[in-house]
Design a binder for this molecule. Structure first.
Ligand code: HEC
Ligand code: HEC
Length: 297
C-alpha cells in the first residue's frame, strides 16, 4: 500500500513539472490581459477600481486615462512603467449646458477605448499589435467585443511620437504621472502624422464604390478628380445635397481629415454621412488617403 502511494505521487510531481516547462518554452506564453492572438483585452472594471490618471479635453470629447493602483505605485517609486502595466484611455463624448456652477460639460457615451500594456519581454512578435515596448489595442463603443487595430505602427505609434522620450506615454498630461516628467513638445501632433499616397491608393478601395477618380465621372458620389483644394460641393455636373453645396469648406488636409473621420458630423446633413457614416477610423489611414487625393490632378 505504502509503496504504491509513493509511486503515484512521484508520478504526479513529474507530470506537473512537464506541464510547467512546456508552458514556459511555448512561443507565446499566456499573458494575463491579452488574448492568444495578441489582442489586449478591454478591462471592464477600470472606472470603479483603478486610479484615474487624468483627463485631457479634445474638442468636445473627454479622454480619461486609468492605471491600476499597484502599477501606479511602482511607477512613482521607480519612474518607469513595470512589465504588464496596463493603461486604458476611454474617449467619451460630452453634453453641455448651463448649471448653477456655470457653462458646463459632462461625459456621455464612450466612443472608443485605447489599451496599452507594457512589455519588456518582446511578446507576440508576429502580431502587429506589439512593439516599441508595448502591446496596443483599440475597441469602439458601438462594438466593445471587437478589437479594431491591425498595425500599431500605423494605428497608434505615429501619433505617439511626440511622447517617445517618455516611453510613448504622454505622462505630463496626467497629474498623477507627471512627477518629474521631461516636457513633451506641444502642437507636435500635426507634424507627425505622415500619410503615403501608395497606401492611400490601396485604401481608396473603400471609396471607389461611390467615387470615381476620373474627371466628370460622377457615381453615387462626385468624382474626386481634383478634389484637393476645391470648394466642397462645387462640381457643376453633380447633384449635391444642400448641406454640402452651401458649406464654405475648402478641401485641404485638415477639412478632409475631419470629413473622413466623421462623414456625418463634419458637414451635418450631407449625403455621405448617411451612406458611409463610420468614415475612416485610423488617423494614419486618413493621412494616406489625403496624400492619394492630392495626386488626382
Ligand atoms: C490621432 C493621434 C493618436 C492616435 C491615432 C492614437 N493616439 Fe493614443 N494618444 C494620443 C494623444 C495626443 C494622447 C494624449 C492626450 C490625449 O488623450 O489626447 C494619447 C493617449 C493615449 C493613451 C493614454 C496614455 C498616454 O499615452 O497618454 C493610451 C493608452 C493610448 N493613447 C493608446 C493608443 C493606442 C493603443 C492607439 C492605437 C490603437 C492610439 N493610442 C492611437 C494620440 C493618438
Ligand atoms: C456609400 C457611398 C460613399 C462612400 C463609400 C464614400 N463616399 Fe464620399 N461622398 C459620397 C456622396 C454621396 C457625396 C456627396 C455628398 C453630398 O452631396 O452631400 C460624397 C462626397 C465626398 C467628398 C466631397 C466632394 C466634393 O466634391 O465636395 C469627398 C472629399 C469624399 N466624399 C471623399 C470620400 C472618400 C475619400 C471616401 C473613402 C474613404 C468616400 N468619400 C467614401 C458618398 C460616398
Amino acid at each position: 500500500m505504502r509503496k504504491r502511494f509513493f509511486g503515484t505521487s512521484a508520478f504526479l510531481v513529474a507530470c506537473s513539472v512537464i506541464t510547467v516547462s512546456a508552458q514556459a518554452s511555448s512561443d507565446s506564453p499566456a499573458t494575463p490581459g491579452a488574448k492568444s492572438n495578441g489582442e489586449l483585452e478591454l478591462p471592464t472594471n477600470y472606472a470603479e477600481t483603478w486610479s484615474h490618471a487624468g483627463t485631457v479635453f479634445v474638442g468636445g470629447d473627454l479622454h480619461n486615462t486609468y492605471i491600476k493602483q499597484e502599477d501606479l505605485s511602482y511607477y512613482k517609486q521607480h519612474g518607469k512603467f513595470r512589465d504588464g502595466t496596463v493603461l486604458v484611455k476611454e474617449i467619451r463624448g460630452s453634453k453641455s449646458g448651463t448649471l448653477t456652477t456655470g457653462d458646463a460639460r459632462w461625459g456621455s457615451d464612450v466612443k472608443t477605448w485605447f489599451v496599452m500594456m507594457k512589455d519588456e519581454k518582446g511578446r507576440f512578435q508576429k502580431s502587429g499589435l506589439w512593439g516599441n515596448g508595448w502591446g496596443w489595442s483599440q475597441y469602439n463603443g458601438d462594438n466593445p467585443q471587437k478589437q479594431i487595430a491591425t498595425d500599431y505602427k500605423k494605428n497608434c505609434l505615429v501619433c505617439h511620437i511626440p511622447a517617445k522620450d517618455t516611453d510613448w506615454v504622454y505622462i505630463n498630461k496626467y497629474p498623477l504621472l507627471a512627477l518629474d516628467a521631461k516636457p513633451v513638445a506641444e502642437n507636435s501632433q500635426k507634424v507627425i502624422i505622415e500619410g503615403d499616397a501608395k497606401t492611400g491608393k490601396a485604401l481608396f478601395n473603400s471609396c471607389q464604390g461611390c467615387h470615381s477618380v476620373q474627371p466628370s465621372d460622377n457615381g453615387v458620389g462626385p468624382s474626386l478628380f481634383g478634389v484637393y483644394g476645391r470648394k466642397a460641393g462645387s462640381l457643376s455636373d453633380y447633384d449635391y445635397s444642400g448641406a454640402m453645396k452651401n458649406s464654405t469648406v475648402i478641401w485641404n488636409d485638415s477639412s478632409l481629415d475631419k470629413h473622413l473621420a466623421d462623414p456625418k458630423g463634419f458637414i451635418p446633413g450631407n449625403y455621405m454621412g448617411d451612406s458611409f457614416p463610420k468614415g475612416v477610423v485610423g488617423a494614419g489611414d486618413r493621412a494616406s488617403l489625403i496624400e492619394y487625393l492630392k495626386t488626382l490632378k
